[in-house]
Design a protein around this ligand. Structure first.
Ligand code: GLY
Length: 398
């Protein structure tokens, strides 16, 4: 069957309500993937997955985390990308995970807008969505873009229309009570003259003068600082502020894939797309070489096409760890605006990379490593957290 015929067949199936086939059942090939070119298996490798901690700390009430679900799939013969997407669907659907999917922290207008992209190494297929509203699992829509269309990236209302046409459930609002309450608190911190705290009013205290942003400060600068102050106050988990999960996998056959999914920067300007839906920025896979995915300040990855560069450095012979560090050095050196630098002249934000190569070697590196910062690994020894290695000492806020 030619790809054109396959797309027609798959679209007809989708219209008839066959979309759940996109989410492959455990241990099975998705119906939409069977007629495609077979994966090119090159050689055996050590199966391994690396990911952000959202992929190990959230289970949505079920028995498995994302990384465990994906590892089970790839070692039981499930298509590598199907297994990884089924994995990240777990934290996407978990309302307690505030950085991705359902319950992800919303944009400045209080609307949850989701980004995702993925790459299937052996098939060389990729798909992405940006600014998708109303669908809890943007990774599945990104997968539909990869499988059913000639395009890579569908954004905004077009992405929602695409999902609706394929039978995805469209929700009016992906906020949870928690994400909405946090958005309200952020509004109060940014604009305390207009957004009031009833508890403060009942106490008759109002807000201390020093909480108000300086009137001349640019809105997004104030917005970012207000958001980060909520991280400092323990209201938002640090891992959720630029919250993303990115999962990179090497199968027992040495095939490679990656998927990244996020609600993006908390309180972002509506319509802002970060690195996560953009190939080469927040995600990149080359089946001959390896894969890299990222969390953290997306704009830094967009400016440096970080994940593409990591894979290219590995192609030139670098280890996953050295390739990640080389790109972190480039990000550090390209961070020249004072508003982006801390008092030491270093980046005032964090960036994390999860990297595998074709042999199953892996690394988790960050601009700033600390005792608390970790990434997730799953291999024959099970799922676990390992410390991220930092390029820089201290914290981005120092
Ligand atoms: N890395 C996620 C974002 O910046 O949107």
């Amino acid at each position: 069957m030619k790809r054109r015929d396959f797309v027609k067949t798959a679209a007809a199936g989708a219209a008839a309500g066959a979309v759940p086939a996109l989410a492959a059942p455990a241990g099975g090939q998705p119906a939409t993937a069977q007629p495609a070119a077979p994966a090119v298996h090159t050689r055996a490798a050590r199966p391994v997955l690396v990911a952000d901690v959202s992929s190990i700390r959230f289970r949505n009430g079920g028995p498995e985390s994302a990384i465990e679900r994906a590892f089970r799939g790839i070692t039981e013969g499930e298509d590598i990308l199907d297994a990884c997407v089924a994995g990240v669907n777990i934290p996407e659907l978990d309302p307690a995970e505030m950085g991705i999917g359902y319950g992800g922290l919303p944009n400045a207008d209080g609307v949850v807008q989701l980004d995702s992209c993925l790459m299937h190494g052996p098939r060389k297929w990729a798909g992405g969505v940006a600014g998708l509203e109303g669908v809890k699992t943007p990774s599945l829509v990104a997968k539909a873009v990869a499988e059913l269309t000639d395009h890579h990236l569908i954004a905004g209302k077009g992405a929602q229309d695409f999902a609706r046409a394929l039978g995805f459930e469209i929700h009016d609002d992906l906020n949870t009570e928690t994400s909405r309450a946090l958005w309200l608190e952020w509004r109060r911190r940014v604009d305390p003259d207009h957004w009031l705290d009833p508890q403060e009013r009942l106490r008759g205290t109002g807000r201390p003068e020093e909480d108000a942003p300086a009137s001349m400060r640019r809105f997004h600068d104030a917005a970012l600082k207000a958001g980060l102050s909520m991280v400092d106050d323990g209201l938002i988990d640090r891992d959720s502020f630029w919250g993303t999960t990115s999962l990179e996998a090497v199968s027992p056959d040495g095939d490679i894939c990656g998927v990244t999914t996020t609600s993006g920067l908390s309180w972002k300007i509506p319509g802002r797309a970060g690195d996560s839906p953009i190939l080469g920025a927040g995600q990149y896979v080359d089946n001959d070489v390896g894969a890299a995915g990222s969390t953290g300040r997306g704009e830094a990855n967009l400016y440096n096409l970080s994940c593409f560069m990591i894979v290219e450095f590995m192609r030139q012979g670098m280890s996953p760890r050295d390739a990640g560090m080389a790109v972190l050095e480039r990000v550090r050196d390209n961070t020249v605006e004072s508003r982006l630098r801390n008092s030491r002249g270093l980046p005032g934000f964090d960036l994390r990379f999860f990297i595998v190569n074709k042999a199953g070697d892996y690394a988790g590196v960050a601009l700033y490593g600390s005792a608390e910062s970790a990434f997730a690994v799953c291999d024959e020894n099970g799922a676990r957290e390992e410390p991220l290695e930092g390029l820089l000492e201290g914290s981005p806020r120092d």
